[in-house]
Design a binder for this molecule. Structure first.
Ligand code: UT7
Length: 314
């Protein structure tokens, strides 16, 4: 059974931070950041702004655009590694703010940057399982990564941004959906959010993550196409997790694929982890780039290590 996207939405916090702004507070430059990553700016939450408000804004708009009332939602899934609280989950906080029905379960999925794709497949399986009351799921990725950035570590502080992206989905025979998810337990090369003073911040071995990403993303795209029984030519768009423009360029080169097929918006938002793919999908829908019937291949990778892909039919 496939998955239909009824609506998407996104929300960004109010604080726009350019590379030049960062260069005033740490030893970096617009030239270094742009040439190594493609990032030009990012949005950060202000003091006191939290993930719940950000996620709520995106989810409320997605519901409105889908033309649904809160009581029609059967499932609420958040993909995040930066919830406001360890418990209650971000999904439960948003559930309460939206007034979703008690019959709709709500929980967080932490698969780092792969989170939204894992949440979509989880939603599809739960909707298909028949235990839910209703047919629509609210699925969102929302992160406040600025909270776990070490201002004294320029090798990570310039790479990330805050944001939220949401989608309302339902099962559909006419919208084939193919998913692939994987993991390799390796906490050393990328981690964040530990309980100690030193390990609460994002710590990353940049070049190891780069090597992992440029190997796993083409493999994941190949695996997904094989599962779906189609070729890259038959796919209309590829949306990679927006971690680094250079990673996407490597992937394009490795696959010998046309670069116009690969959507990029990292220059506007930096790496928003689990929010990057739903934010990109929402932008593309808003710009009219994705038309009904088109196939969009999404692929993500992140801490864990984790990776995943979804071939979505709009
Ligand atoms: O969601 C997954 C998240 N992570 C990623 O996708 C990241 C993957 N990795 C990367 O994108 C790249 O490895 C980075 C962009 C993080 C780094 O690029 P790089 O070409 O691998 O640079 P590097 O780490 O080898 O550092 C080169 C130099 C170093 O200086 P020295 O030792 O050569 O003098 C760094 O200290 O660049 C320096 N550097 C900086 N300079 C200015 C590191 N960060 C900065 C900075 N501004 N922000």
């Amino acid at each position: 059974m496939g998955l239909k996207f009824l609506a998407t939405a996104r929300a960004l916090p109010g604080c726009l931070v350019t590379n030049d702004d960062l260069a005033q507070v740490m030893d970096t430059s617009d030239e270094w950041i742009t040439s190594r990553t493609g990032i030009r700016q990012r949005y950060f939450c202000a003091e006191g702004e939290g993930n719940t408000a950000l996620a709520f804004a995106a989810c409320r708009q997605a519901l409105e655009r889908a033309g649904l009332r809160p009581d029609q939602i059967a499932l609420c899934l958040a993909a995040t590694f930066t919830p406001d609280h360890a418990t209650p989950s971000l999904a439960c906080e948003v559930h309460g703010m939206l007034g979703l029905p008690e019959s709709a379960p709500a929980f967080d999925i932490n698969v780092a940057c792969t989170g939204f794709l894992a949440a979509l497949e989880t939603a599809r399986c739960l909707l298909a399982g028949g235990s839910l009351q209703g047919k629509y799921a609210l699925v969102f990725g929302s992160e406040v990564i600025s909270r776990v950035l070490d201002p004294n570590d320029r090798s990570t502080a310039v790479l990330f941004g805050d944001g939220a992206g949401a989608a309302v989905v339902a099962l559909s025979d006419e919208h084939p959906f193919v998913s692939l998810l994987g993991a390799r337990g390796d906490p050393e090369i990328l981690c964040a959010g530990g309980s100690g003073q030193d390990d609460r911040y994002v710590r990353m071995q940049g070049s190891a993550v780069f090597r992992f990403a440029t190997q796993i993303v083409p493999e994941c795209i190949g695996g997904l196409l094989e599962r779906a029984g189609c070729t890259l030519e038959e796919v209309d768009w590829v949306v990679c997790h927006q971690a680094n423009g250079r990673i996407i360029d490597h992937v394009i080169k490795k696959l010998g694929a046309p670069s116009e097929k690969f959507y990029m918006n990292i220059h506007r938002y930096a790496n928003t982890s689990a929010a990057s793919i739903p934010i990109a999908l929402d932008e593309m829908c808003e710009k009219g780039l994705i038309r009904p019937g088109q196939r969009v291949l999404c692929v993500g990778f992140g801490a864990g290590l984790t990776w995943g892909g979804a071939l979505i039919t709009f």
